[in-house]
Design a protein around this ligand. Sequence first.
Ligand code: GDP
Ligand code: IMO
Ligand code: MG
Length: 412
Amino acid sequence: MNNSIAILGAQWGDEGKGKIVDLLTEKCDAVVRFQGGHNAGHTLVVDNKTTILHLVPSGILHKNVKCIIGNGVVLSLDALSEEINTLKKNKIDIGGRLFLSNGCPLILPFHIALDKAREIKKGKGKIGTTGRGIGPAYEDKISRRGVRLGDLSDEKSLLEKITELLDYHNFMLKNYYNTETFNADNIYEKLLTQFQLYKNCIIDVPEYIDSAFSKGKKIVFEGAQGTLLDIDHGTYPFVTSSNTTVGGIFTGSGVSPKRLDYVLAIVKAYTTRVGSGPFMTELFDNDGKILSDRGHEFGATTGRQRRCGWLDLIALKRSIIINGFTGICLTKLDVLDTFKNIKMCTEYKNNNPVYENYAGWETSISGIKTYEELPKNAKIYIKAIENYLDVPIEIISNGPGRDENIIKNKIF
Ligand code: GDP
Ligand code: IMO
Ligand code: MG
């Protein structure tokens, strides 16, 4: 049996990663986030109760599971505090189970202002970011002027760092974007207070992970966003600012590639995308509306309506090349229940998608627990995807609830 598993989005995010992380996490020691930030929105539904997570890893509903935020995650302490408070209100206690890397670059208020100002300046050509300051925080990391969580322990040099950083950003905010500027002292004071809340959560993440594996423990690596939003391999420039693909796990947590046993692709049975950028199989007709309505395709972070379309196997092939997926979890298959005809794109011709047509099953698959019980046409659709992609579909998700799955093979 596998000791470590990575769970990655194979499309443009919102494939249902959170649900599957929660499902596969029960018997593991820890869940590790390694990239992205609170731009993510991961939905868990247990006993009809919905929990939406942004920064906190999706292992939180299992009492004994540790939740680790690795160095690759851009961390907003404001967002983290807000999320922990919401969890507390819902009687979910994270005490003693949340661990942070001191290498996390911090998202500070001016990153959010910069993110928003840039989008406004771009006008029609905007990326459609989540407005959470993700891009500007990663830029500061790469330019080596950022503030990291560990920097909060050195009060004196912290004020110098923030002042220098603001000298630069305030100039841009005022003169280039014509918008509000920020005061270094205010940010500094707030960070010192926040640090008291989180300083005891800091651990040496690579060391923790390595030693957990040496003791035979199991760990889940939870991806955020999706392969086609990867800063290098995605639909640039309409991407996020991190490596959402498999390589991000190693740089963003400090785990050795030798330790990773299994890479699970989360593939939605159709395609969605939030924000701008190319989307070959996008639908503007009634079929798109059915996908949107039946799939409740509204963003878990920003509430924006997600663009919807048929499954794009060309894009998925690319995703497989990059991530080397061991297996696939096909989610939201139940959303296709009412279609008479279902299409999947197997070719691009003259910049247009070419589709193969499949007969729908036109019956509810909710509640089905075994592959054998699925309607014949659903099996044909699944088999066609599997054949084309040449990666086994091991789990089929047929509802938002934790228990709504068909597990073909136990992988973890
Ligand atoms: P993530 O960002 O990849 O974790 O996905 P989101 O949580 O943003 O979006 C997935 C949405 O689909 C959530 O509302 C889930 O509750 C829901 N969902 C997940 N799996 C299924 C499924 O198999 N069927 C249906 N109908 N909904 C699902
Ligand atoms: P999860 O983890 C879907 C998209 C935004 C925008 C682009 C850049 O829930 O799957 P950013 O704020 O990251 O600079 O925005 O990336 N985006 C997501 N789309 N799911 C997500 O996360 C996303 N996180 C960012 O809509 O197009
Ligand atoms: Mg989401």
